[in-house]
Design a protein around this ligand. Structure first.
Ligand code: MRU
Length: 339
């Protein structure tokens, strides 16, 4: 099944709960706004493109749940829900993009039922388009990979971070589909281990060779010549930087030092065309994510903690940005991305 979808029978959002992976494959249904917001905050559904779909479906859910009898009242309820959804996670621009896109579509509605129909169909469009977009990203990106390449990746920018296929891992999947033999080196991605838990699981399901390393081994394997290319996803791309999972910046510095091409794969919906590095809010997460690892205490319970979820990689560390519209190279003029 897709990472996130809509169930027409129960009028609810269906999600593969990623917090249990790889130990358990569990599907949950969100039929209230608070259960969806909890799922987003807890990373049951996560990854920028999947969050875009979650934002769209969240607006649809709020429209279904509202008892408003007039268009104005329904729009008011939807706007309140939109603010709540957007506040769950601030960094990935796709979440707000998905919410806004669905709300914008309501301008074509003539009555209350029309609003409900439009928001649901637009949310479904976002989900469908995400899969097609990722296939295009894969097609463009696959040309950058050679038969036999080892690609390092970080966090999870695969099908579980999207509706399906994936961005960074979508490039790998498309190259494999084109007959190339690609090895993936997956960094663990502390503190929440999206790399070790989700990326490795996803790739092993597809029989794509993957080797797990800790984040601190990245420099060592690059120096040893064990990495040909690095491909990561993105949560927000501003005029001067790519925001992605904390640790991405360090990898980009190491890649530059070792002359390894460093690519970012992301849909156009991840671009923040007005944003700059210092205008972006980096999500700070619960301190206990560092004091504990999956329930086991790994640090003194009262140690001071700093836990930003994302970092910014400056454009000068990036060799190319792979989007559905093609591969962009320095100096990365954002307007080119739209053409
Ligand atoms: O905190 P997460 O797991 O939502 O962070 C996800 C990432 O940083 C991904 O690399 C990014 O969203 C790109 S997903 C295609």
């Amino acid at each position: 099944m897709r990472t996130i979808d809509w169930n027409d029978e129960s009028n609810s959002i269906v999600i593969i709960d990623q917090t249990f992976l790889p130990v358990e494959y569990k599907v949950i249904e969100c039929n209230t706004l608070s259960s969806l917001c909890e799922a987003i905050r807890s990373l049951r559904v996560r990854g920028a493109p999947a969050l875009g779909a979650a934002g769209g479906f969240g607006v649809a859910l709020s429209a279904m749940l509202s008892s408003a009898g007039t268009m104005d009242a329904l729009i008011r309820d939807i706007d309140i829900a939109a603010k709540t959804i957007k506040a769950t996670r601030p960094t990935a621009v796709n979440l707000a993009w998905g919410v806004d896109r669905v709300i914008d579509a309501t301008s074509d509605a003539y009555d209350v039922q029309g609003i409900r129909d439009i928001v649901l169909s637009e949310a479904k469009n976002i989900a469908d388009e995400d899969v097609a977009t990722n296939k295009m990203i894969g097609k463009h990106g696959a040309k950058l990979l050679k038969d036999g390449d080892t690609v390092m990746t970080y966090c999870n920018a695969g099908r579980m971070a999207c509706v399906d296929w994936g961005t960074a891992l979508g490039v790998v999947r498309s190259a494999v589909e084109a007959g190339k033999m690609i090895n993936v080196m997956a960094c663990e991605t502390r503190p929440l281990n999206q790399g070790s838990r989700i990326t490795t699981w996803e790739l092993m399901q597809d029989n794509i060779p993957v080797t797990l390393i800790t984040d601190s081994m990245a420099g060592h394997v690059m120096r040893k010549g064990m990495v040909d290319k690095i491909i990561v996803g993105a949560d927000r791309i501003t005029g001067d930087a790519v925001f992605n999972k904390i640790g991405t910046y360090s990898l980009s510095v190491l890649a530059k030092e070792h002359g390894i091409p460093f690519y970012v794969a992301a849909p156009v919906s991840t671009f923040d065309f007005e944003g700059w590095e210092d205008t972006v809010t980096i999500e700070l997460r619960d301190e206990d994510e560092l004091r504990f690892c999956r329930g086991a205490q790994t640090a003194p319970a009262d140690v001071k903690v700093y836990n930003p979820a994302f970092d910014a990689t400056p454009m000068e560390n990036i060799s190319g940005i792979i989007t559905e519209n093609g591969v962009f190279h320095p100096p990365f003029l954002l307007e080119e991305v739209l053409s």
